[in-house]
Design a protein. Structure first.
Lengths: 131, 131
């Protein structure tokens, strides 16, 4: 059994080398653009600058056959199961990126501090829920 | 372009009727089991009771051709783009469920307050990051 996940857009970023990208947005990642497919634009209705959202990406450079890793790629950290880490290497390499919306220009949405590299496929956007 | 997402397990829950399921875990959802595939068990190494995690599911009953909805299925709420809501209906129906791990018994992991219905495919588990 498997399901077909279709990108709804892609990240446009000055980050092009995965080895140089921060591991989390809060670790010095640059602002970036989300470029959406024209077919899904209606799904952005109501999105506003200042909104806190979670961008979901498909980390297409990740290894999917890895189940244990050294957290933060540091061999000094004991190996752990990938489901206890945010490693991009995992069976279904979905990235979760909490970001703030800075501006919206049609299909181009500017966001703050995104660690995903240029070209990364976007698969969903959700609002952050307040408890 | 599309990607193939493979379930790593499924939800086992007393919730069987989607119409009766709470919309969010904090709205009275029952505790539930996550049943993992034997092939991915190594990925759970280091998971402990008390951990706060995000369970990612594939909401296989969702409609994927919907881009605007009445939030919370309430027609009194004006239509909004799905990417500004947590509607399950969206192009890639990935559910995000923040839960606490209650206990672990091999491939069976008990979690608190999960609103996903019985049989929902699980696609990933990630730790909640503290800022």
């Amino acid at each position: 059994m498997s399901f077909d996940i279709k990108p709804i857009g892609r990240v446009e970023s000055e980050l092009t080398d995965p080895a140089q990208a921060p591991m989390q947005g809060s670790e010095g990642a640059p602002d970036a653009w989300l470029i959406f497919e024209p077919a899904v634009l209606e799904g952005l209705d109501g999105l506003r600058p200042g909104a806190q959202v979670i961008v979901l990406t498909w980390l297409d450079r990740a290894r999917r056959d890895v189940l244990r890793v050294h957290p933060r790629d540091d061999s000094a950290n004991p190996m752990q199961g990938v489901f206890t880490t945010r490693s991009q290497d995992r069976p279904n390499p979905i990235g979760l990126h909490p970001v703030e919306i800075l501006s919206i220009d049609g299909a181009r949405v500017r966001v703050r501090s995104l660690e995903a590299v240029d070209g990364t496929p976007i698969v969903d956007v959700k609002p952050v829920l307040r408890a």
